[in-house]
Ligand binder design. Structure first.
Ligand SMILES: NC(=O)c1ccc[n+]([C@@H]2O[C@H](COP(=O)([O-])OP(=O)(O)OC[C@H]3O[C@@H](n4cnc5c(N)ncnc54)[C@H](O)[C@@H]3O)[C@@H](O)[C@H]2O)c1
Length: 250
């Protein structure tokens, strides 16, 4: 899979699966831009990648703010000369039943999980069009199929699927592919904090009998982001151990 030497920005990559994806891509020779809100956390991930022999820079920016997003992509191009791969990974959730969900709960989740993806796509595409090359991978969630208590999150992640399909059509003749990965449960800090009985129940609900790891997401991202995947666009590929086959169980 040809990906070495490409320049990739992964949003929300100071923790969880974004961090895992960025680290694994760096191991494959991708020049990585770590983005997240907190500068210290960004610096720590960049340091780790460099110590492991990889190439990385860090940019703290809030992806819900257009001016910060535009400045971030300008800095990437000033540093590396181009932006080949964008992984829209940053996301938050604020789960509540519909009658308890405040307007602020709705607005904040939609702002990060959908508007942030739009702003980053728009800023990246300005440069990718000039290059006539780009790979955009949007991280949605299996929850876009529907999840009780997740009206805001599910709506935002469903929006990401629609945005992916539309941008794939708009950018098809510009050498830019846009694809989407809805993960199922992935082992991040949130999972590790769950009670053992809950983990057991969730594992049992998986068709594969186990949940995924950040490396499972990283491999799928790298497939869509590779040179060879140029004829694949607008697609949604679940990485969820088969759980999407029965949307609402567990
Ligand atoms: N972990 C799972 O089981 C799972 C399942 C399905 C989908 N997802 C999705 O995968 C992505 C990563 O999830 P994770 O579990 O690794 O979460 P995480 O909380 O570990 O990482 C998300 C990162 O996004 C950053 N972030 C939040 N708001 C931001 C903003 N405005 N600007 C820049 N960065 C911001 C956070 O600081 C954090 O570091 C999210 O989009 C999430 O919705 C996760």
């Amino acid at each position: 899979m040809q990906i070495k030497g490409r320049v990739a920005l992964v949003t929300g990559s100071a923790s969880g699966m974004g961090r895992g994806t960025a680290e694994i891509m760096a191991q494959h020779g991708v020049k990585i831009v770590i983005n997240d809100i907190n500068q210290e956390q960004v610096d720590e991930v960049v340091k780790g990648i460099k110590e492991a022999g990889g190439e990385a820079i860090g940019i703290a920016a809030d992806i819900t703010k257009k001016d910060q997003v535009e400045a971030m992509f300008q800095k990437v191009v000033d540093t590396f000369g181009r932006i080949d791969i964008l992984v829209n990974n940053a996301g938050i959730s604020k789960d509540k039943g519909i009658l308890k969900m405040s307007e602020a709960d709705w607005d904040s989740v939609l702002a990060v999980d959908l508007k942030g993806v739009f702003l980053c796509c728009q800023a990246a595409i300005k440069f990718m069009r000039e290059q006539n090359y780009g790979r955009i991978v949007n991280i949605s969630s299996r929850a876009w199929l529907g999840g009780p208590g997740q009206a805001n999150y599910s709506a935002a992640k469903a929006g990401v699927v629609g945005l992916t399909r539309t941008l794939a059509l708009e950018m098809g003749k510009k050498g830019i592919t846009v694809n989407c990965i809805p993960p199922g449960i992935i082992e991040t800090a949130m999972w590790q904090a769950l009670p053992e009985a809950t983990k057991e129940r969730l594992n049992q609900a998986q068709p594969t009998g186990k949940i995924g790891a950040p490396r499972d997401i990283a491999r799928a991202v790298m497939f869509f982001a590779s040179d060879e995947a140029g004829y694949i666009t607008g697609q949604t590929m679940y990485v969820c151990g088969g759980k999407s086959l029965f949307a609402n169980i567990g």
